[in-house]
Write a protein that binds this ligand. Structure first.
Ligand code: GLU
Length: 428
């Protein structure tokens, strides 16, 4: 079959940036929105507030280096801004705008009382020493200080940012305030107001939503074959949880290569191997295969937990999974969405599938503000309920309207945001 024949020319082969992808998604959702909300839809196509900052730091060599940083608050109708901070050489304003918009929708889909925000610095953190990374983080935190705060905008980890970076961030904000303010960021170390369950939360949410989808499709998890793209915080946790539930993680891909074992990879051993050697390849019982062949692996479930624009019109026709779960933000292009739909492959969209991270971030923020901390069981149980309820609400709406899960999730999220917007009215 010619998979590209039904793709409208404005999507075809054109490398849409993440913001354009988001705008196409809003276009697709508009016909299904409650009519009284339509006058407010344009709100969603314009970020509320955008800040571009210069982040100069002194390198260990004594030289000065400048990096460009961003913080975008896409929408604050439902509460303070919330969303991670990304350190990556490909970070652009357009990307951060899209990521902040997806946070708006995601936070509304799981109904946490936040707007959407995101930040980032265009930098390859692997080229910096630990001391340089600390200076970069502290200077960036100072530059975006005017926008953030526990009641204004609460950052969190994203690609290449971790607990230590959140600790530096929290400390910088607190030093400027003259008081320790743990609730200004989430994803902190446990000893600094972090939450149990936060490190695995995004991967756990990916697992929970996929299990729900598999149940609807009649696919048993025990023995199901799973391929995972991305072996960072999200991909590794999801792979581990699938393996623990009896699934076979047959293929894993990250920026260092792709490994395969038809009988299932040992995920914990692979994590250790990746950590010790710096790459996926070279472990016994893990055959290295061509990166492009990853997409054609015969699996039940494919988890896309790396970066944006990974599933495109070039590889969507080769995917043999029955379920694609978006652990990453924006991994599927709008053109690829059409191909997967035509091939009857179910896509669990990012704004639902990876919302477990921000859900436990919300728990962390609530715990910080109330200075009362919960057990891991309590956190995992609450996460499980929120993710399953959100999944089933989206599933029911998709079934009754005959639309994709992505469209249904966007309808749910957008309607919550637009209702808040409408009720608040215009000022002045
Ligand atoms: N960066 C994560 C995301 O994309 C988590 C954001 C948060 O916890 O605020 O959802």
């Amino acid at each position: 079959m010619d998979n590209t024949s039904k793709i409208p020319s404005y999507l075809s082969r054109e490398r849409l940036g993440p913001w354009e992808t988001y705008l196409v998604q809003i276009d697709r959702v508009e016909p299904y929105l409650e009519k009284s909300l339509l006058p407010w839809v344009e709100t969603l196509t314009r970020p509320k507030r955008t800040l571009i900052v210069d982040v100069p730091i002194r390198l260990d060599s004594g030289e000065i280096a400048h990096f460009e940083g961003y913080r975008v608050q896409h929408n604050l109708s439902r509460g303070p801004g919330k969303g991670g901070i990304r350190y990556h050489p490909d970070v652009t304003l357009s990307e951060v705008m899209a990521l902040s918009a997806w946070m708006t929708i995601k936070n509304a889909v799981v109904n946490v009382p936040y707007g959407g925000a995101k930040g980032g610095i265009r930098v390859n953190p692997k080229n910096l020493t630990l001391a340089e990374l600390e200076r970069l983080t502290r200077r960036y935190a100072s530059e975006i200080n005017i926008m953030i705060g526990p009641e204004k905008d609460i950052p969190a980890p994203d690609i290449n940012t971790n607990e230590q970076i959140m600790a530096w961030f929290m400390d910088t904000y607190s030093m400027n305030q003259g008081k320790t303010t743990t609730g200004v960021v989430t994803g902190k170390p446990l000893s600094l107001g972090g939450s149990l369950g936060r490190p695995d939360a995004t991967g756990r949410g990916v697992f929970i939503t996929t299990v729900e989808a598999a149940r609807h499709l009649g696919i048993p998890i025990a023995g199901a074959k799973v391929a995972v793209q991305g072996f960072g915080n999200v991909g590794e946790a999801a792979a581990r949880l699938f393996a623990e539930a009896g699934a076979k993680v047959v293929a894993v891909q990250d920026e260092t290569g792709t490994v395969f074992n038809a009988a299932g990879l040992d995920v914990r051993r692979l994590k250790r191997h990746r950590h010790e050697t710096g790459s996926l390849g070279g472990m016994a019982e893990a055959e290295s295969i061509d990166n492009q062949d990853f997409w054609a692996c015969e699996v039940d479930i494919l988890i896309a937990a790396a970066l944006e624009n990974q599933i495109t019109e070039d590889n969507a026709g080769r995917i043999r999974a029955r379920i694609v779960t978006e652990g990453a933000n924006g991994p599927t292009t709008p053109a690829a969405d059409l191909i997967l739909q035509a091939r009857n492959i179910l896509v669990i969209p990012d704004v639902l599938a990876n919302a477990g991270g921000v859900t436990v971030s919300y728990f962390e923020w609530v715990q910080d503000i109330s200075a009362f901390f919960w057990s891991e069981d309590e956190i995992n149980q609450r996460l499980d309920k929120i993710m399953r309820d959100a999944f089933n609400a989206v599933w029911a709406s998709a079934e009754s309207k005959g639309i994709l899960l992505r469209t249904a999730a966007f309808v749910l999220g957008c309607e919550r945001v637009l209702l808040a917007r409408k009720l608040r009215g215009l000022y002045p």
